[in-house]
Design a protein around this ligand. Structure first.
Ligand code: 9C2
Ligand code: ZN
Length: 430
């Protein structure tokens, strides 16, 4: 049997939007924690995967056994009965933990809820490998940019009035219907709110079902406008954003369904957003820690060479709308740890995971002690050096080192320098 605290080797995905070679935090982490991983300086390194998902499972660093095998052989020790009962699995972690290092925009996407995931997988298991939902949370490690959720309705109406190419894609008639009938101040769940969501769905559906050559023609005009008449755009950051995206994916439908319809979100390190299942989003640049329910189901719309599924995407979205601020998370102090340094809890409103960030600014040589948590967890060091210690087991922690901690295990995080920074994803049944 493995220990209660042990190191993991995490694999990675080389999607085209990842940072290239050793400029990618994913490549640095994979190589530093396991020097037999050689970095190819011509290839992108997009996502480090930490968990038991069968596409890229993690292994015990010392024994090279798959984590899922270790869990399957001793589910009580490595998941605990409350997690087994709640998530009905004796073999898998309920969450998937990742590092993303983003050079270019990801696909405009949304993830299904559980009911839709089951239907998608039954009909198309190649494109939808999991029957689980995928709510997700992103914590910025560097400055981060992304799209998240639909813009406020009055912003979309303003764009329809001021940007002729947008109006052309939507069509005069629907544009007029949208502008005349939206009720931006409708209370959530009121009948007016429902009618707002239907109007937004019509607009999004119209964009997504436009003919390719019409989108190419209108996007060329849109880009010309962004270059020559940035004053047409009320949102001051939008012209530069459209030009940047157009360099990555020239004349792509994402300029309309992302750039003009979704919020442009900018986070500083330490800020985080939570995306429910069925919320549209796309990350644009930066390094993040991402945690999600264990699933790889993605329904894509634009900015991607991968499989797009317009029909399901238009049907599935919640069409909630609003400011970026409403999607940001406010971390709180994690009160089951004490000592030097600081632990912040990012706790989204879902069952599968929460994440604790632990830092040691001004506390070189500091020790922070964690009580045992009532479920399994995975830790990654992102900066600095230190140790993780349980009883006689004291493991060195350097950038990219990943650890598994069994339920109920008390752990000391010991900083060797004040940069020592870790993220710990965990799950508890209550
Ligand atoms: O892996 C995304 C990555 O599917 N981020 O995007 O490669 O499918 O365009 P592409 C997924 C990531 O965890 C995510 O959901 N929002
Ligand atoms: Zn996503």
């Amino acid at each position: 049997m493995s220990e209660q605290l042990f190191r993991l080797d995490a694999g990675f995905q080389q999607y085209g939007w990842g940072k290239i070679g050793s400029s990618s935090a994913v490549a640095q982490f994979a190589h530093h924690s396991n020097p037999s991983v050689k970095i190819d300086e011509s290839k992108p390194y997009a996502e480090l995967w930490m968990g038991t998902h069968s596409s890229v499972p993690s292994y015990n660093h010392d024994t090279k056994e798959p984590l899922s095998k270790i869990i399957t052989e001793h589910p009580q020790e490595y998941l605990g009965s409350s997690i087994i009962n709640k998530f009905e699995s004796k073999t898998q972690l309920p969450f998937l933990f990742k590092v993303l290092s983003i050079e270019k925009v990801l696909s405009i996407q949304a993830h299904p809820d559980k009911a839709l995931a089951r239907v998608l997988r039954a009909n198309d298991p190649k494109n939808y490998p999991d029957d689980n939902h995928k709510p997700e949370m992103a914590i910025a490690v560097t400055d981060f940019e992304g799209f998240c959720g639909f813009k406020p309705l009055e912003t979309i109406a303003d764009e329809l009035n001021k940007i002729p190419e947008f109006k052309a894609v939507i069509g005069e008639e629907l544009a007029a219907e949208f502008i005349a009938n939206i009720k931006p101040s409708a209370a959530e769940n009121s009948s007016e709110y429902e009618s707002n969501r239907k109007l937004l769905q019509k607009v999004f559906g119209k964009v997504m079902n436009s003919k390719d050559d019409f989108i190419v023609e209108q996007s060329k005009l849109l880009i010309k406008r962004a270059q020559e008449h940035p004053e047409c755009f009320t949102e001051k950051d939008l012209p530069a954003l459209l030009l940047n995206l157009n360099e990555q994916f020239p004349n792509d439908i994402g300029l309309f369904c992302g750039g003009l319809l979704l919020n442009h979100c900018q986070l500083k390190a330490g800020e985080a957003i939570f995306l429910q299942a069925k919320d549209p989003h796309a990350y644009i640049s930066g390094d993040i820690i991402e945690c999600m329910a264990a699933s790889d189901n993605v329904v894509r719309a634009g900015f991607t060479p991968k499989f797009k599924d317009v029909k399901n995407l238009v049907e599935m979205l919640t069409y909630q709308y609003g400011s970026v601020e409403s999607q940001k998370m406010v971390p709180e102090n994690f009160d089951r740890s004490s000592g030097q340094g600081k632990s912040l809890l990012y706790n989204p409103p879902i069952d599968e995971f929460a994440v604790v960030e632990t830092t040691f600014k001004g506390a070189q040589g500091g020790v922070r002690s964690f009580k045992g948590l009532q479920g399994p967890s995975i830790v990654i060091t992102t900066k600095g050096n230190g140790f993780l210690k349980n009883g006689d087991v004291k493991l060195r922690a350097e950038p990219g080192y990943v650890f598994f901690i069994a339920p109920g295990t008390e752990v000391d995080f010991i900083s060797e320098d004040e940069d020592f920074t870790t993220y710990r994803a965990f799950v508890e049944a209550n």
